[in-house]
Design a binder for this molecule. Structure first.
Ligand SMILES: NC(=O)c1ccc[n+]([C@@H]2O[C@H](COP(=O)([O-])OP(=O)(O)OC[C@H]3O[C@@H](n4cnc5c(N)ncnc54)[C@H](O)[C@@H]3O)[C@@H](O)[C@H]2O)c1
Length: 334
């Protein structure tokens, strides 16, 4: 029995987490879900969007499956997702992007995984005004050997474990010679430890173009925080968007699995939410805890379900809803 913290989240979060837990139960994965709160719902109930109790539960159980959380725009609390990543030192953001049957895309067959460094770089938002009138600002990007090494190693180790052939390190070392130059240098050094994995590097702007023109040349991409933020969404776009992309945030001791889309307030509570992205995240979680066979069984049933227009949700061009999708997937597992 696996103890896993479950944060249902805001908006469509409860609908898609209910769907996913029902599917996992039908596959007879033995999970003891530990409910915890975070996000807007938790803020409204307790005055704290990330209650201490939730932090303590994740600290203790080390694994969490999380629905999307609403972050207020402009004022209010800062992103809970970013806070959780920092609190548990979840330094790898891992996002597989794989073409799915029945999901329309502009591209052929895509199968790549993005590894984004989650703790440093431009994305962290170390910024300040340079004058009183706020007409000039600066942003500080810190990149360390330590943080570069652990994310690049995570990408190589994933390649070895999953039988992947190639790691592409993405940078802008021609211009940002210190920060992304260091990231590249560390990658070139580490590559010698993995002679069985092909290694190359690519400048970020060229990478964006190549991903759209020749996505099949990529296998694993490893990059710094802000480039990873952008390229991982680009990768999602290659395979049908955020509704069909799962993700994991992993550290050395803790891991959190979540859909990459938001809480979709426009369709919340209407039974229209597509559970695929959260389900794909849950399958990454099952692989992480060694339930590989059950993950594969669910994945096959998902592929079959996605071909049925009567059950899939409107965002995928279907006439179905969350309930029909969930029931059909469970039938397809039998
Ligand atoms: N990981 C997270 O928790 C996360 C990620 C992104 C945004 N957010 C938060 O979510 C809230 C809403 O953000 P947004 O509107 O910019 O993005 P969103 O991803 O919630 O929605 C964008 C569009 O995609 C649709 N959509 C998203 N997920 C869907 C699903 N599973 N099934 C069907 N349709 C789906 C929505 O209906 C909407 O039209 C904001 O508060 C934002 O901060 C949270």
């Amino acid at each position: 029995m696996h103890d896993i913290v479950l944060i249902k989240g805001d908006g469509i979060g409860p609908e898609i987490t209910d769907s996913v837990t029902e599917i996992l139960a039908a596959a007879r994965v033995e999970i003891n879900w530990i409910p915890a709160q975070a996000g807007m719902g938790a803020f409204e109930k307790t005055g704290n969007p990330l209650p201490e109790e939730t932090v303590a539960l994740i600290e203790k159980h080390k694994l969490a499956l999380k629905g999307p959380l609403t972050t207020p725009v402009g004022s209010g609390f800062r992103s809970i997702n970013v806070a959780l990543r920092q609190k548990f030192d979840l330094y790898s953001n891992i996002r597989p992007a794989r073409t799915l049957p029945g999901v329309p895309t502009h591209f052929g067959s895509v199968d790549l995984v993005t590894f984004r460094e989650n703790t440093q770089g431009m994305y962290i938002g170390q910024e300040r005004w340079l004058d009183e009138d706020q007409n000039q600002a600066e942003s500080i990007a810190v990149v360390s050997r330590y943080a570069s090494e652990r994310i690049i190693r995570a990408a190589f180790e994933y390649a070895v474990k999953h039988g992947r052939k190639k790691v592409t390190l993405v940078h802008k070392a021609n211009i940002l010679k210190f920060t992304t130059g260091l990231f590249l240098k560390v990658g070139q050094e580490l590559a010698h430890e993995y002679p069985g994995i092909e290694f190359n590097d690519m400048i970020v702007d060229n990478t964006a173009m190549q991903m759209v023109m020749r996505p099949e040349i990529f296998d694993i991409i490893v990059t710094t925080n802000l480039f990873g933020d952008i390229l991982s969404d680009l990768a999602s776009g290659l395979v049908g968007g955020l509704g069909v992309t799962g993700s994991a945030n992993m550290g050395d001791t803790h891991a959190m699995f979540e859909a990459v889309h938001g809480s979709a307030p426009d369709i919340a509570g209407q039974g229209k939410a597509n559970p695929t992205a959260l389900l794909l995240s849950a399958l990454m979680m099952l692989e992480h805890i060694g339930e590989t066979e059950k993950a594969e069984k669910i994945r096959k049933a998902l592929h079959r379900t996605l071909l049925d227009k009567n059950v899939i949700t409107a965002d995928l061009g279907g006439d179905g809803n969350t309930r029909l999708f969930t029931q059909a997937l469970i039938r397809n597992m039998r």
